[in-house]
Design a protein around this ligand. Structure first.
Ligand SMILES: [Zn+2]
Ligand SMILES: [Zn+2]
Length: 337
């Protein structure tokens, strides 16, 4: 029997990507009957679904960020656990993006489809590493899908932060880092590098850090920057959401060195424009090399691109003899801000 074309059973409707024989959406906009959620970032995990399947960690993130009402009717899946939904089998695999992040394997009539969610291949002490899942159709993100994006080793960027910290003992170092994932990764990398001093946190980051610790991720001594006196933070490292580093909030810090941990820091103009003195190229998304290598390693003959800079990637997919398609899902932000 000729296998059915993927477009006939994986469709895009007003709520996003829909698996017809399974009767569920993946990372839908609010109000889906049944949702499989890849991870807790707000452009993927939205409130208002009747039923949600996700990892235990992602469900905990959703409860923390969206409130208990957002996650009624939930079902937790362990990585590797096979779950029947409608006529398909769904299995979650680590995506290496943030705590609890998962790729979704959908098996139907002998066909294997993997939806990557957001992912990266680089080491991250705060979540299990990306697991390669062979498939026929790979549906990938494309946040950093331009050859200019080569993230390199995050540990070198943290070493750069520590060198600056050693060089300017009279100044505070304020590091802008996304609240879920990036800030905990920066802290864990600092600890790996042997930095054991208390790290000061903007209030907006405390909740996610506590959540990571409740899942056994060691972050070491953390202190609230809100309650700290100005002089106390001299010579210390302070983490804050990106929006706070250029804001009045950071004026309370003693002569701060402004750093920003993001894949976008590869673009110098962007760092300059945002007034970042110490750009740190640390991303939780696959860079160009990781995207193209992963596409090849999955063995998939067909590649769909969900969100990001799809043009260059589609061109690459076609030149390597695969079939490519842009899904152009709306409402996905450049979350790695
Ligand atoms: Zn994400
Ligand atoms: Zn995303």
């Amino acid at each position: 029997m000729k296998p059915e074309r993927f477009e006939t059973w994986l469709t895009v409707d007003g709520k996003g990507l829909y698996c017809r024989p399974g009767g569920f959406h993946i990372d839908p906009y609010g109000g889906a009957k049944r949702a499989v959620v890849t991870h807790g970032h707000s452009d993927h995990a939205r409130p208002g679904h009747a039923r949600v399947l996700a990892t235990r960690e992602t469900l905990a993130v959703m409860t923390t960020r969206l409130g208990a009402a957002a996650t009624k009717g939930t079902q937790a899946a362990a990585y590797g656990e096979k779950i029947s939904i409608g006529d398909v089998t769904v299995t979650l695999f680590p995506a290496g993006h943030v705590l609890g992040s998962a790729q979704v394997l959908i098996e139907w009539k002998g066909a294997r489809v993997v939806v990557s969610g957001d992912y990266k291949r680089g080491a991250d002490p705060t979540c299990p590493a990306f697991e390669l899942v062979p498939c026929d159709l790979f549906i990938t993100e494309a946040t950093f899908a331009l050859p200019v994006f080569q993230h390199g080793d995050a540990r070198e960027q943290v070493a750069k932060l520590l060198r600056s910290h050693g060089q300017f003992p009279e100044r505070a170092h304020v590091v802008g880092a996304y609240g879920l994932g990036k800030s905990q990764r920066v802290i864990a990398l600092l600890r790996e590098a042997g930095y054991e001093r208390p790290i000061y946190l903007h209030g907006a980051l405390a909740e996610c850090c506590a959540l990571y610790e409740s899942f056994g991720v060691r972050l070491g001594p953390l202190k609230s920057a809100t309650g700290a006196k100005r002089e106390e933070m001299r010579g210390e490292i302070v983490l804050a959401p990106p929006s706070a580093i250029a804001d009045r909030w950071s004026r309370r810090l003693p002569d701060p060195v402004t750093a920003f941990a993001s894949g976008w820091m590869r673009v110098r103009a962007r760092a300059r424009q945002q007034g970042v003195e110490l750009p740190l190229v640390i991303s939780d998304h696959a860079d160009w090399g990781e995207l193209t290598a992963t596409i090849a390693e999955t063995g998939a003959e067909e590649i769909w691109v969900t969100h990001g800079r799809e043009d260059a990637l589609l061109h690459h997919i076609q030149t390597t003899g695969r079939k490519g398609r842009a899904l152009a899902l709306v409402g996905r932000e450049d979350e790695d801000q």
